[in-house]
Design a binder for this molecule. Structure first.
Ligand code: UDP
Length: 237
């Protein structure tokens, strides 16, 4: 494991990260490129778990005029589609994976059981956490924070589409936006930075789980971050 900085990680992939330039759905080349990076981590014996988002299909807030809870359940189901696609991509490369869902759907995946998830990781399987936390009014960023605390992951890799770290203002709107190399959780909360929701940031802060925010346009960043290269922004105490 020479050169590997973390032994157990959670990689949070937003739904958009899987859509590539299509912006919607799943782009085969994009998902395979990400899967190859995860395979490398697996070969380096990094215990890798993944939380997938669903925004490439549906977000709760897409359901304007709908019951919020229903719209959120639709979002959680969208994450399951992505989880199965990710599993398929990884298994096509020979990486053993298990999908665990926070909402039971036993015909297609295991239910989330923390001890089982940890056992899979110890056996060298990649675990994909789907259906968010299973509760409306939460996000998959919060899911990543929750699962990281539960399985005692050392770090959350927050892979972002369209932005390569945490900035003091939206870099897409403000060309003078300044990127942080390191930022404290409380500053994310106090400055109201939109890189993650406040529930996710507080959960990480309360449990001292470091987050590394980086761009997924270069999928090789995933391995680089785990090898300790300084990429993106580190969020910590
Ligand atoms: N969601 C939810 N509870 C959770 C996780 C997700 O209700 O614990 C719903 C919520 O509607 C969210 C959608 O699932 O908008 C998709 O997740 P998210 O927006 O986090 O996906 P991403 O932006 O990462 O693609």
């Amino acid at each position: 494991m020479k050169g590997v900085k973390y032994k157990r990680i959670i990689l949070k992939l937003s739904g958009e990260a899987l859509a590539g330039n299509k912006g919607f759905g799943i782009d085969k080349t994009t998902i395979m490129n990400i899967a190859r990076q995860i395979k490398t981590l697996n070969e380096l014996n990094v215990e890798t778990s993944i939380v997938v988002g669903g925004g490439n299909f549906w977000r709760g807030k897409s359901g304007v005029g709908m019951d919020r809870t229903t719209a959120d359940y639709m979002g959680m189901l969208a994450t399951v589609i992505n989880a199965l696609a990710m599993q398929d991509a990884l298994e096509s490369l020979g990486v053993y994976t298990r999908v665990q869902t926070a909402i039971e759907m036993r015909q297609i995946a295991e239910p989330y059981i923390r001890r089982k998830a940890v056992r899979h990781l110890e056996k060298g399987r990649v675990v994909i956490f789907a259906a968010g936390t299973g509760n409306p009014y939460f996000s998959t960023d919060t899911t990543a924070a929750l699962r990281a605390a539960e399985i005692e992951a050392e770090v959350i890799l927050l892979a972002k589409k369209g932005v390569d770290g945490v900035y003091d203002s939206d870099p897409l709107l403000n060309p003078d936006a300044k990127k942080f190399e390191i930022i404290e959780y409380k500053d994310i909360l106090n400055l109201g930075l939109g890189v993650m929701d406040s529930t996710a940031a507080s959960l990480c802060m309360d449990n001292q789980i470091p987050i590394i925010v980086f761009g997924i346009e270069q999928p090789e960043n995933i391995v680089k971050v785990v090898m300790g290269e300084k990429i993106g922004t580190q969020v910590r105490e």
